[in-house]
Design a protein around this ligand. Sequence first.
Ligand SMILES: *[C@@H]1O[C@H](CO)[C@@H](O)[C@H](O)[C@H]1NC(C)=O
Ligand SMILES: *[C@@H]1O[C@H](CO)[C@@H](O)[C@H](O)[C@H]1NC(C)=O
Length: 279
Amino acid sequence: MQSLTHPIGRCLLVWTLVVQLVLQGSGAYADSTTKNCKLTFESESERKVLQRIESLGHRNFSAEAKIGEAKYSYVFRLCADAGGVPGAGVIQVEGPKTEKKITVIGMYNATEVIGGSDYVWLLYGNGENYDTHCSQEQRKAILMIFCNRNFEVGQLEIVQENRERVQNCFYQFKLETSAVCPPLEYKLSTGSIILIVVVCLVAVYLIGGFLYQRLIVGAKGMEQFPNYAFWREVGNLSADGCDFVCRSRDREEPPTYTGVSTEPLDEEPEERDDHLLPM
Ligand SMILES: *[C@@H]1O[C@H](CO)[C@@H](O)[C@H](O)[C@H]1NC(C)=O
Ligand SMILES: *[C@@H]1O[C@H](CO)[C@@H](O)[C@H](O)[C@H]1NC(C)=O
């Protein structure tokens, strides 16, 4: 973020923002994986939360757990078939000691999401029924996704399988990613954006003009500045204006104007040159 203090860095930031706005406006992100998730309660706001974790799509996540002798591994995918099981968002694979047994924990056609400023909770319902626990209800998976700016995507962890309840049991997973972090705010007000754009334009004008004067017109020295004569005039006029406005004492008028009545004109050079004479 150091580059932001540099004028060129700011120019780049502004252009990046502009390009992003243009891309978003033209629907360049329309082809999303999260569209494959079917929300239990379809709503615009939940779709927006899903879009925040869009970057987790096209990835396989897996976690291992050991309970006594049994080894379990879990696979999670965002709005796509986990482990190739159609419709499954989270599966549990028991093994490898025994024959591999796949249990669907949650399906992405029963998705719910809750989002906060720096976290997203994702719930997949509709999993396979419990055999004996939890009133033999359907399994479900809850994935807690937390903000961590240290890496793009961390490791999937299984936190717990809570099946001691009579109902509403769940498998709880945890994942850390920078995708759900709140955007770093540079608090660019409209005023400062305009200022930055103006600075950028001035820089382009100066550099472009300089190159034009130097390479095409073939100017040398100060003449290489674009519109040098014009700006020198502007500089002189503003100096005059400043002189007129800011000077507190009267200007020392040249003697040619003051000495109209008293001193004859031809005496003046003598006075001025006095100090130049050798003593
Ligand atoms: C994820 O796993 C599925 C099936 O196991 C496989 O077909 C796919 O290529 C994997 N994708 C990535 C990005 O590893
Ligand atoms: C999700 O898909 C499964 C299997 O294809 C189906 O049995 C179930 O009814 C679907 N659920 C919803 C909410 O669409």
